[in-house]
Design a protein around this ligand. Structure first.
Ligand SMILES: [Zn+2]
Ligand SMILES: [Zn+2]
Length: 254
């Protein structure tokens, strides 16, 4: 199982891309602006998209992807998410006003895209690759994802503030090799982080304090222009977990 970072920034500008991961060549976890860097051939190979939550920085490429490749594919692209998240996508994105409803294109019998509801804790198995939605605490209904091939796991927290349920899952994952966790704001913005249900470096350290397993820790969703400051504060507050900044195009193998 190969996991490639297509985007890991809280915003855009220059080389920055918003959140997306490519798993092997057929699965996306979130679909931020980085998806647009893939070739047309690579885009056409994507069969599954797992959505952490409905915020635009995590879903913005789904409409363009489906529209771009639907004529090249024989089967629909499957969009996975919780009922709450999929209801938001139906009502506010693929609603014929912002973008056409591709579950009805070219017609309901041959859709370009389908939705598949998943619940927190539910495992989706795709060719030996197990993908599980895990709890998150954000301003809209949200999950993270655990990716597991039986030998090793990677957990992506999605966008989340402090959340006990997340750490119960992390601590129950003995083969956890990589933890990708957000730190969207600097310490000076702790109140904004709390209000928007993200983390700042001090909060990250308070959260990592609850961790009983020993993965490599990578920080994602840094705010453009504040990456260096935030990572300095992350090192000061949480240095004993040796957190590193997640880099675009970085690859992980499980
Ligand atoms: Zn969000
Ligand atoms: Zn986000």
């Amino acid at each position: 199982m190969k996991i490639r970072v297509l985007g890991c920034s809280g915003g855009i500008g220059g080389a920055l891309r918003t959140t997306s991961f490519l798993v092997d060549d057929d699965i996306l976890v979130d679909a931020g602006t980085g998806v647009g860097d893939l070739s047309l051939e690579s885009l056409a190979r994507i069969d599954h998209i797992f959505v952490s939550h409905s915020h635009l920085d995590h879903v913005t490429s789904i409409p363009f992807l489906v529209d771009t490749v639907c004529w090249m594919r024989a089967t629909p692209i499957v969009v996975y998410g919780t009922k709450e998240t999929l209801d938001i996508l139906r009502a506010h994105l693929f609603n014929w006003k912002i973008w056409p409803d591709f579950t009805q294109i070219p017609d309901a019998q041959r859709p370009s895209m389908t939705y598949r509801e998943i619940r927190v804790g539910e495992v989706v198995e795709l060719g030996g690759r197990r993908i599980t939605a895990i709890p998150a605490n954000h301003t809209v209904p949200a999950v993270g994802y655990a990716l597991d091939n039986g030998r090793a796991s990677l957990i992506f927290t999605g966008d989340t503030g402090p959340h006990e349920a997340l750490w119960r899952i992390v601590n129950a994952t003995p083969n956890l090799k990589y933890l990708i966790i957000e730190t969207a704001f600097s310490n000076a913005e702790r109140e904004i982080a709390a209000a928007s249900k993200h983390l700042c470096p001090q909060m990250l350290a308070e959260e990592l304090e609850k961790m009983r397993v020993h993965p490599e820790v990578y920080i994602t969703h840094l705010k453009p222009g504040e990456g260096a400051l935030t990572m300095k504060e992350v090192t000061q507050a949480a240095g004993r977990w040796r957190p590193r900044m997640l880099e675009n195009n970085q690859e992980f193998s499980l």
